[in-house]
Structure formats: C-alpha cells, structure tokens
Design a protein around this ligand. Structure first.
Ligand code: BG6
Length: 475
C-alpha cells in the first residue's frame, strides 16, 4: 500500500468562504468581509482600492456564503459520510477577537469552534486548523495598518495562545498562515495591506512578511509549550515554475520565480533568511526591521511539517516579449502548450504535483501535507438535481496517482491530502459561487439566490471509495 495506515484523507475549507453569519455571535468585521464580488474585487484584494466598509453598490458574497455557521452539523455529517479522516478548516480571527486588540476573547466565538470540533471528533475526524486564512480584524487594519505594524505580532500571538489553550485536547494539527506567499500577490485579501500613494510597496510587503514570519515562529514556540504533541506547519501556495525554453536565461528566471515563493518556507522551515533573499532585499534597498531576538526566534522555532496548496504548475520566460500573462490564482504564468486548462484558465498538470512534492521534500526534508488541490468548475445539476462531475473525478484521480508515485516511487513522506472546497463555497479569487470544487453541491448562485440545500455529487461516492481503499481504488 502506497499511503501510510494513518493517512489523513479529507477536505478543506476556510471560514470566510463558507461560514457566513459575518456579524453573528459577536464577530467583528474583517478584511475578507469587505471583498466585493465583481470587477472591483481585484483592485480591493490587491490593496489598490480602499474599501474599509461595505457599501450598497457592491455585493459581498462572504456575508452569507453557504451559511455553514448554522448548518455545520449537517455539513460535517456529510463529510463523515465520505469517511473523512481529516477536515481542514480555519478559525475566523474576528470571531475570537472581534477588534483584534482586546485582552479577553469573545466566548461565543470560542464556543462555536468547540461545537464544530466536537462534531468532527464525534465521527473520528481529525481537525486541521488554519489559524489565519487570509483574515485580519478590520479594526487592526484601520488603527495600525495590519501587518505593516510590529504590534500585529502581539495580537496574533495572543490570539494563538487563547485558541491553543482552549483546544489543546481537541486539535493537534495547526497551520499558522494560509498561503503565506499570497502577501506578495494579493496583499489586502491575503494580509490586510492597503497602500498609500507613492509608497514603496515591496518594502511594505516584505516588512509585513517579516512580522508574519516572526509571529509564525512565536506561535510555533508557544504551541509546543502548551502541548508538545502539537504538529504545527507552514502553508505555501505551491506549484513549480517551468522554464519556457532550455535557454539558460529562462531556466534562471524560473529559479528566481520559485525562490520568490520558497523564501517564506525557507525561513519557516530552515529558520533563517536565505542568502539569495538577503542579497536581493539589499539590492532593492528594502530594509527588514529585525529586532533583538528575531534571529533566535526564527532559528529555534521552525515548523514540524510543510503544507501546501497545488492547483497548477507555472511557466515563465526571461524574454519580456514572450512573458505575457494568463490567469492562474493570482500567480502570473504563461500558457503551457502541453497542458489543458480549467474553465478559469488554470492549467492542469498532475505530474507537476509530483515535481512540486519532490522539490519541497528535497529542499526541506520534512513531512509534507497537501492541504488544497482540486478543480474549480461549473456544475450543472440534471433534472433530479444530480451533478455528474466526471471532470472533477478525472482531475482528482490523476493528481492522486501522481501523489502516489511521489510516495511510492520517490519516497516522499506525505501525511495527508485534503481537497479544496470539499463542499461548494465562495471562490476567494473571483467571489463567485459558480466556481465549484465540492463533492457536495450547494444550491446558491453568484447573485446570492438559492435554497442553500446540500446534495451529493457523483464525486461524493467516488471519493468515499478512494478513502475506504486508502487510495488504492481510483477507478
Ligand atoms: C487558495 C486559497 O488560493 O486557492 C483558497 O487558499 C482558495 O482560499 C483556493 O479558495 C482556490 O482559489 P479560488 O480563487 O478558485 O477560490
């Protein structure tokens, strides 16, 4: 058998994309709540257009999302029906600290996640918790400018301490930041950063990243102190970058592109800023505000495992003429003529997953956890409301095969696999409901209409068999 006996099969979601109930239970406003659907989403998400409050001219799909807040029992029962061993979810920071800087947490928020974890544990489902899946309490954005301020470290660490203590007997696996490299690509949605005119954006992003990296290491430290059994991981939006040709300049460019993302994990896993990054920051005149103790904190509190999302490989060229972009999860990439693409232009590359797994395992020599993978597609229910999503089954099958090869043939140590959006939810990139990833269909459209009724797709029964057979039965 390729996968270990205790392999963590399951699925993943994020609070802001599924919970809804954005102001219930004492929850405070967060950056993810002011992300509109439609044309302005990109400008807001990238920190170019300031939207600190909701207005009547926009639709905010996260406010209700799929209302998992009120339906979590039904939803977890459905996940359990597939035999899930693991459910990756995130805690909404502003449910626990509505403003972000309070001393005392909001009990109603804590209780909600207690109930959620109890429900998972009832079915033997191991929760894998993302502490921060893009969200930042709006109050911290308005008062201190989010992660550009060093004070964020204290607020985040306080938040971590509270949830670590509260859930120390219910949760073992934690991720400090979802797709930490997203700060470079979608800085407001990814880290609450909004830019002032004329500001050096690179400087702001890397300073904020430094604060996140120190916060992540401190969280790892206190997590291990609170429960030495905790496994705390980092999380990278991964996907190796290929060179467009065998021209050495293209190969060099692809290496640089990968390093842009590896940088974060190099710090979180190896415990120090890599030489190439120090040199590049110096060249660009970017000063990182290292304070006393930072070097030791980063060095002494590295992560236990490496988690990542993988949807696609990327392609780049050193020739600016050639380097015209196509869509790809906020990551620029050329069109690869050897690959097909999803309806949203995301290129489909199962072998790229094996390549990415090997690259990460070679580099870090720590267990890997694939915490996101999947196909965003338009699902059309038939007259009986059934979705025959063979395209999704094909996508997942091919990726699981590649993952199996990485384990069986290459010896990569893999802890688990949680597919993205196991129940349909709001797309982070576009704000659409139409871009669905789930095994469970949720009746809701892009404009917010629908009954929210849940129903099993064809892939539901397929994935159940995959889990039952520990990845042996993929047909
Ligand atoms: C990852 C995020 O970037 O990709 C998720 O961690 C996101 O939050 C997922 O939903 C898929 O992207 P999208 O844009 O299709 O929702």
């Amino acid at each position: 058998m390729a996968f270990r006996e205790d392999f963590l099969w399951g699925g993943a979601t994020a609070a802001n994309q599924c919970e809804g109930a954005y102001l219930e239970g004492g929850r405070g406003l967060a950056n993810v709540d002011v992300m509109p659907a439609g044309v302005d989403r990109f400008s807001v998400g990238s920190g170019e257009m300031k939207m600190f409050r909701c207005d009547d001219d926009h639709f905010y799909p996260g406010h209700e999302a799929i209302d998992m807040y009120h339906n979590y029992k039904e939803d977890i029962a459905l996940l359990a029906g597939m035999g899930f061993k693991c459910y990756r979810l995130s805690i909404a920071w502003s449910r626990i600290f509505p403003k972000g800087d309070e001393l005392e947490p909001n009990e109603a928020g804590l209780q909600f996640y207690d109930n959620l974890f109890d429900e998972c544990l009832k079915y033997g489902i191991e929760p894998l918790v993302t502490i921060c899946h893009f969200d930042v309490p709006m109050h911290l954005i308005e008062t201190i400018g989010s992660w550009r301020s060093r004070q964020m470290i204290d607020h985040y660490v306080h938040y971590c301490e509270v949830i670590f203590k509260r859930y120390k007997n219910k949760v073992k696996y934690w991720l400090t930041f979802n797709e930490i490299n997203m700060i470079l690509h979608f800085p407001f949605m990814g880290a609450g950063l909004c830019f002032e005119e004329g500001e050096n954006k690179q400087q702001v992003k890397y300073v904020a990243a430094h604060h996140e990296l120190v916060a992540s290491a401190l969280a790892t430290k206190i997590g291990h102190e609170i429960n030495p059994e905790f496994k705390i991981g980092c999380m990278l939006a991964a996907g190796n970058t290929y060179a467009n040709t065998c021209h050495p300049a293209d190969v060099w460019k692809s290496m640089e592109k990968d390093r842009e993302n590896y940088f974060f994990i190099d710090v979180q896993s190896r415990g120090e800023y890599p030489a190439y990054a120090l040199k590049q920051l110096e060249r660009e005149g970017i000063e990182i505000p290292f304070e006393e103790g930072d070097v030791e904190i980063l060095k002494n509190h590295t992560v236990d495992f490496i988690s990542f999302s993988y949807y696609s490989s990327r392609l780049t060229s050193a020739d600016p003429e050639v380097n015209k972009t196509t869509d790809g999860n906020a990551f620029e990439t050329l069109k690869n003529p050897y690959l097909e693409a999803s309806e949203w232009g995301w290129q489909i590359d199962p072998l790229g997953l094996r390549i990415t797994m090997n690259a990460l395992y070679d580099r870090y020599q720590k267990p890997l956890f694939i915490v996101e993978n999947g196909l965003g597609a338009v699902d059309v229910p038939d007259a009986n409301g059934y979705v025959k999503d063979d395209y999704r089954i094909d996508y997942l099958r091919e990726h699981i095969k590649a993952m199996k090869e990485a384990v069986e043939l290459d010896g990569v140590d893999l802890i688990g696999y949680t597919t993205w959006g196991c129940i349909d939810l709001v797309s982070a990139g576009t704000g659409e409901m139409k871009k669905r990833y789930g095994f469970i269909y949720v009746d809701k459209d892009n404009d917010g209409n629908g009954t929210l009724k849940r129903s099993k797709k064809k892939s539901y029964d397929w994935y159940k068999k995959v889990i039952e057979s520990n990845g042996e039965q993929l047909a």
